[in-house]
Design a protein around this ligand. Structure first.
Ligand SMILES: *Cc1c(COP(=O)(O)O)cnc(C)c1O
Length: 360
């Protein structure tokens, strides 16, 4: 059976080579006679897999030694809560930048724990841009500043890193991590659910500067305390072992393919192909401010929404799935993470052109 081009926003496509390797190793990992799924998380085989995954991620992202890397569960959504619980450190408020659906959820969760200052919002233009930092009303006494690097639903991505001085910068990087180089030293904490651009659902990666760990007031329940997971090397309880293994294979795949700098060039080229076509025709549209367009998630609409169903059906018959836009915004969305080959985007643009010719 032929594999499809899967444009899902998440859980998303994985590199075919990674899936093949996982299939090869399914019954017998490296002569151990067992599947990774069956291994004790405290055994030397799995400890080796987890250590290699962390080392490879550190190398790929050039993570400085004073940052901890955690492999947790609960998704980005649990981080919406763990962040205020751990990083308020006795302070009363935190600053949040409101850029769309995911920022909104982060803000709502934080409001349970502290005063949230929305220091900038793109709501005035239906969340179609990334607010310039010159307009942010930052509070120097805020515990931290939170922003969403890439709004997966709206297709808005920050092409720059905010500068928040001594106030720790916290970033939801769920849908753009590993898609472009990032200067980790500018951040207090970065988090990402794995199911967009890393690996299978069930794993969440947190990269946190070590001086921010263990300062929570009051001391949180153990499972919600970063310190618990730092002290236990992410093995306080059973970690999502198989997801960590697949993420590790993805990290090796990234290293083999030139690392994140090479991935960025591919992502620029893939997204440019799609945006250039969208801009060349009035048949389709994308509402996002050009400078803030996402390289990972490209929402677009057909001028005539009555053609949406037919568009999706035709795409499916050509082996392209999951192009339906998020229910909150409608239209279409093509998610083109690292694992989406350039051929997939080219096939989509060819199809869009043909569809326009027959329906325009
Ligand atoms: C998908 C997503 C989330 C939610 O992730 P879960 O793992 O489902 O909790 C949060 N933020 C962004 C930017 C996302 O893309």
């Amino acid at each position: 059976m032929a594999r499809v081009f899967n444009f899902s926003a998440g859980p998303a496509a994985l590199p075919e080579e990674v899936l093949k390797q996982a299939a090869d190793e399914m019954l017998d990992w490296h002569g151990s006679g067992q599947s990774v799924m069956e291994m004790s998380h405290r055994g030397k085989e799995f400890m080796g897999i987890a250590a290699a995954a962390e080392a490879d991620l550190r190398e790929l992202m050039a993570i400085p030694a004073n940052y901890k890397v955690l492999f947790l569960q609960g998704g980005a959504s649990l981080q919406f809560e763990m962040i205020p619980v751990n990083l308020l450190r006795g302070k009363a408020s935190a600053d949040y930048v409101h850029t769309g659906e995911w920022a909104k959820k982060a803000i709502k969760a934080a409001k349970t724990f502290c005063n949230v200052n929305v220091v900038a919002s793109a709501e005035d233009k239906s969340f179609t841009y990334a607010p310039a930092q010159s307009g942010w009303k930052l509070d120097k006494d805020a515990a931290y500043v939170h922003y969403t690097a890439n709004e997966t639903i709206g297709g808005v991505e920050f092409q720059w890193t905010p500068d928040t001085g001594d106030v720790p910068l916290v970033c939801d990087m769920s849908s753009s991590i590993l898609s472009r180089p990032v200067d980790i030293s500018k951040y207090g904490l970065i988090y990402a659910g794995a199911q967009k651009n890393i690996g299978p659902a069930g794993l969440t990666i947190v990269i946190v500067r070590d001086d921010l760990v263990g300062k929570a007031q009051p001391t949180p329940p153990a499972m919600l305390d970063y310190k618990t997971h730092v002290d236990a090397d992410s093995m306080y309880n059973t970690p999502p072992t198989y997801s960590i293994y697949i993420a590790g294979l993805v990290f090796q795949w990234l290293k083999k393919n030139g690392g994140i700098a090479a991935m960025e060039q591919k992502n620029i080229a893939k997204s440019k192909l799609l945006y250039d076509y969208l801009d060349s025709t009035g048949f389709y549209g994308n509402p996002v401010n050009q400078a803030d367009r996402s390289r990972m998630n490209v929402p677009f609409t057909l001028k005539d929404a009555a053609l949406d169903e037919e568009f999706l059906k035709g795409a499916k018959s050509r082996g392209m799935i999951q192009l339906k836009g998020h229910r909150s915004v409608g239209g279409m969305r093509a998610s083109i993470y690292n694992a989406m080959p350039a051929e997939g985007v080219a096939a989509l643009v060819d199809y869009m052109r043909d569809f326009e010719k027959s329906h325009g």
